[in-house]
Design a protein around this ligand. Structure first.
Ligand code: ATP
Ligand code: MG
Length: 425
């Protein structure tokens, strides 16, 4: 038997109803904040991610699905291609490629789609997973650098999570400063790690050499007391970065979005500057981050684009759904009516009635004239219908139908003209 590939999975009903409900709500929220959808390709030139996400990030060194695509025609060059591990690099590539900076305004773009990383599969971590993300990017003259953008994005996320019905979320906030701040902080960490790193895990020993900031990410319990004593990022922020961060915090306080400062939160992608954040949820176990994001003021330029500061986030949709389900949220989809044709020749009458009801907005399923009444009732129960509508010879002739509410057993004769109102009340 052929099975779904390790780390991938099928999403089936009724789960997909919840996925769709979340996506509908999310699109509605994005529209109210004047975000518009962008759809970028699922695969891109490998160098986009190498340069965009960062050469020595986990994603680029270990997790990408990359292949050499040989040109078919002699004129076509072979090219290294990669399934997108994230979508910000693709959005910024599109921003540059289509000269969106020339519009002179802020681009507020959102996407929903699959991403691919070759990670160890476990709960909340898959090789094909789905992200719902958004970016605000534009020339500085359009306000792209303003801390107000950071606050707007964070306030929108709080609203979005509230509206999809998630309750137990926590916003973890940090500033990783600008490139120069991070270089100085990395240096300070390297120094501070020298005398202690030999007591730490193998990963930390490697990170202390290549990218000391990553040590803060370590989850090994024995390493934690050492990490707690390391210098803190906030001590290395320059004045403009410090002011930016303080403005973001004041605005969040003003609009009433609660947050926790977490100076150890270093995100897994190299492009972040200044504000970084995660929204976590207690019911997700080890994979507690429902979403992550931050500012990326230099990303466009590192991809040979114009100066285009920006800020964005990606929600892990798989984890958002897991968190919602852990809180007992399920889809509100329901079947109004099950139409049961009773006796030979009744299929066409049932189909005609179903057509009228469905076109009027009633959700209806339909049985078959070969079913006995008992089987129709069982099918209606299984389908989760609120009502069963019997279509027998008498009903078809009189245009009045026997309608039974399955939960209560209450049965009434309802005229054809009244049926839509009756089934939807
Ligand atoms: P993690 O802490 O889980 O490694 P990350 O820092 O690699 O996350 P980002 O690249 O910032 O994550 O992606 C944003 C969000 O996408 C994460 O917060 C998470 O919800 C989700 N996500 C990332 N990788 C996966 C995955 N392999 N499977 C499912 N969801 C994922
Ligand atoms: Mg990761």
């Amino acid at each position: 038997m052929i099975k779904a590939v390790r780390g991938t999975r099928d999403l089936l009903p009724p789960d997909t109803d919840l996925w769709n409900q979340v996506e509908e709500k999310v699109r509605d929220v994005f529209a109210r904040y004047n975000f518009h959808e962008i759809r970028t390709p699922v695969f891109e030139d490998t160098s986009l991610f190498a340069r965009g996400v960062g050469e020595d990030t986990d994603i680029v060194t270990k997790e990408m699905f990359t292949w050499e695509d040989k040109g078919k025609a002699a004129s076509e060059k072979s090219q290294s291609l990669t399934l997108r591990p994230e979508n910000t690099a693709g959005v910024v590539r599109a921003y540059i490629e289509h000269g969106l900076d020339k519009k002179g305004t802020l681009q507020k773009l959102y996407y929903i789609g699959p991403q691919f990383r070759r990670e160890r599969p476990q709960k909340g971590r898959y090789r094909q997973f789905y992200q719902i993300g958004a970016e605000i990017i534009g020339p500085p003259s359009a306000g792209s650098e303003s801390p107000a953008r950071d606050a707007e994005v964070l306030e929108m996320l709080a609203t979005l999570l509230d509206e999809v019905g998630l309750r137990g979320w926590q916003l973890q906030l940090n500033s990783v400063g600008c490139t120069e701040d991070r270089a100085r902080y990395n240096e300070a960490l390297r120094e501070a790690l020298k005398p202690v790193v030999h007591q730490m895990c193998a990963d930390c020993q490697r990170r202390a050499e290549t990218n000391p900031l990553r040590v803060l990410d370590c989850k090994v319990p024995e390493d934690q007391p050492i990490i707690e004593k390391l210098p803190k990022m906030s001590q290395y922020l320059d004045e403009p970065c410090r002011e930016h961060f303080s403005a973001v915090r004041s605005m969040l306080d003003a609009v009433g979005v609660p947050y926790t400062i977490n100076e150890r939160m270093v995100r897994g992608l190299d492009y972040y500057t200044r504000t970084t954040f995660e929204f976590t949820h207690g019911d997700l176990g080890a994979q507690s981050a429902v979403l992550g994001g931050g500012r990326y003021d230099g990303l466009s330029e590192s991809l040979d684009g114009p100066k285009a500061p920006g800020i964005g986030f990606a929600i892990g949709e798989d984890r958002l759904i897991l968190a919602l389900q852990a809180e007992g949220v399920s889809s509100k989809e329901k079947l109004d009516a099950y139409i049961a044709p009773l006796g030979a020749g009744m299929n066409q009458h049932a189909l005609k009635l179903a057509r009228e009801l469905r076109r009027a907005g009633v959700t209806a399923d339909i049985g078959d004239e070969t079913f006995r009444l008992k089987k129709s009732f069982e099918a209606a129960e299984k389908a989760g219908a609120k009502y069963i509508v019997i279509v027998g010879e008498n009903e078809a002739a009189s245009d009045e139908f026997a309608v039974k509410e399955l939960a209560t057993g209450k049965q009434e004769q309802v005229a054809r003209a009244e049926l839509v109102g009756y089934l939807r009340h």
